[in-house]
Write a protein that binds this ligand. Structure first.
Ligand code: ZN
Length: 65
């Protein structure tokens, strides 16, 4: 993902700002890294250049049996 994308991304849970942590980057942008929400303290991974912003909070844990 491009660094400029950070300006339009926000936390899917609280809509807060995300802090970028870069693990691997090339001229096209960030390849591996993390996006961390300062408010929720949830870290979303970036892998293969794709930010994975699926909410990590699960109100219904899969243990209904
Ligand atoms: Zn958040």
């Amino acid at each position: 993902m491009k660094r400029s994308l950070l300006d339009i991304l926000c936390c899917p849970v609280c809509k807060g700002d995300l802090a970028l942590g870069v693990i691997k980057e090339d001229e096209a942008g960030i390849i591996e890294g993390t996006l961390t929400c300062a408010r929720c303290s949830v870290a979303y991974p970036i892998s293969d250049g794709i930010p994975d912003l699926l909410p990590r909070t699960d109100p219904h844990p899969a243990s209904n049996q």
